[in-house]
Design a protein. Sequence first.
Lengths: 203, 556
Amino acid sequence: MITFSEIETTVKRASKAAGFSWGIAEEIGKSIMSLELFGLPGIINLNHYLKKIKKKHPKKITKIEKKNKTDDKELCPIYSGVAFLDRCLELEKLKSLKFYNVSYPLLMLPFISRASEIMSKKILVQFDNSSFLLNFDKSIFSKNIKKQVHSQAKVVNIEFIENKNSFSEQDWKQLYKLSEETFVDESDSLKKTAAGAGLTDND
Amino acid sequence: MSKINIKLRDPNEVMKLSRLGSFHQSKLSFLRSFIREFKNWEYKRSIFELDKDGYGTAVYSFEKNKRNYSLICFAQYINPNERSDRVIATKWDASFVLHDGIPTRKDINRLKENVPKQEIGRMSYKELTLSRANKSVRVFDHVVNSLSSGNQPDKNLLDKVGYLYRTTAVYGSGKFGLADRFRIKNRKEIYGPFRLEMMLVYLVRQFTFDQVNHIAKFKNPSKAIELDENIARSLGIGNSTGLGMAPFIVNHPTLLHKWIYNREKALKDIRSIENVKDDEFVFFKNCLTKSRSIIDTWLTDSEYQNKKINSLKSDLIKFDKFIEKDCSIKLKYLWNTIYLWVEKNLNEECIEYIVSMMMEPYDKVTDPLIANMSSEEEQYFSIPGHRKVSGLKTILEKKYQSIIKINFKAKNSTANFWFISKNKEEPRVANRYKEHGAELEQPLAIARDIKQLYERILKTNQSETVADFLLNNDDLRHVVRRAFIADQFPYSEIQDNTIGASLMPIDMLRLKLSFFGAVKFDPRSDKWLRINMYQGAPLSHELKNSDDTWIYNSLN
């Protein structure tokens, strides 16, 4: 079995050889390792993408807006991902973003996943029929991944999920009530000897 | 509470290569902390299946609370022409792997097919570290011949070499299929850096003693005797180290910071002691005396190293006079007085030697620091793109003040480049203007790239965000990341030019090796050196009763 350390090192070198700068290559190394750690096909998608751009290196994205297109044929998932990651705190106010015609969109995921950790917000990513819930870079919950290699997505939707509970007030009350059964009723004598008893805090 | 305000030493001085290349082993060194951590584990030799010539398989282990680490050794015959310390070698006298748990026969058979092949073999996640070693043939044969004739070997010869075997690489952390660090990093006993590498080397040392005894016994069953324990104890394991180690300290900035910071913190805390106790001062002087007797066994043909050794020896004479004449425990802040005198009057080699020695009486200072010498590097990888360029400029001016003064237009400042060799995938350094390959340079010219970053930033709108700056300057992304790390971790960066004409790569190796706890630095060129590890260390059956000053046990 190839180790994650070997994956990171080799991906970094291969990405540099494919024309990315060392700093971006470092990002790609970490990202592909992370995809593989989450059980997603990072190596396969990267191999295809690096082969595709061998003759013509992709254009860099110049800024990130609510809707992102390129006059080049396709958006590069790496440059888009890195630019998104670097700006994630300022992008939060947009609530959702779209990237059109993204090559190998799976390669963008780990950057968004890291952004989720930096922003302390879950992020939902959807392209075609697949969806991915990115949880603070701790896990990626995926649905409907039909193929291992996804060469292009017409639209990648990114939505910042507001921090809210997945359960109702009622659910919480029910659970809290049960937790109270671990508490001890305080007697009067216990109250008298508790920390701070008899003192005034107006000192 | 200290009444004087001792500060940590300035990274701009400590992180210069000449200073880092003068570091010595100390109580913080990894092989010493390994022994302290594992001295109460159960040591066992569970398999020893060698033939009459000492070839075959052996297994050694440490066990405690149902956790077991096993060293599997494979010894084989090699043609003397094939014996080479260079990383390009393909055969070794012995090869070793540290297995997580008790290996089954199936595991041993699998590893027998792979471990002797080293880099071209494949290990599994159940293996933790990998190494190989060659005999010091003149010493090994002499010891076997002596023992088999019923005599102990010549101590003078052993004194000159100091080991029976020399390792030529020790690999860990996910290389060649070995377990990734994240799989095991939460185990408390191996939280110290390189602890499993240190365990491997310690157990290899025991194997070398068992092997010579075994061969001698077979050679002459009626007359052979075992190697005297005092002699065995005075032998370590040699190591030949090349440039492979150098990029490590550049590529792991937060880890480097942790090593240096804790050393600096120990020094600061010791200098801040107001009243030094008599037994502490006596302990320091005893360690110093014992240690000095070993300096005479540091033999090398290297002019560079001999200069350092001679400087150390002559400075220690000056230091003796100072200690005798001007130092007494009646002085408040005695260690601070000593340190200030040393810094003012002695050379770097001796300054750092005394710094190491000052730690000796103070377990209470060093013990809490040991557990803080690893780093979760991933946490510091992301670049804060929302920060302003002006902030980055301030960081560069503050944290790289001597580096941004270097003139990189001068050819001498860019004389070298680092690359990875195709045949062995190992780091190398070469002259940029004489050799080919500079276009494939590794990102290890940090000083040059930081300077370039600074120059570009001066021409950039200061209110721009770092994210915007990176859109047009992603060729410098790797150093932007480093600058933000250096802002949090002041000892994370070598404050020197790693591609200049005057670069001595062995200074980078020495820094790392000193933290390992290596002694007897013997440079064979400016790019590789030999060292010794565990010389004087307790033998495996002595571990439980050992104390931490074993490093100063001299041959005699």
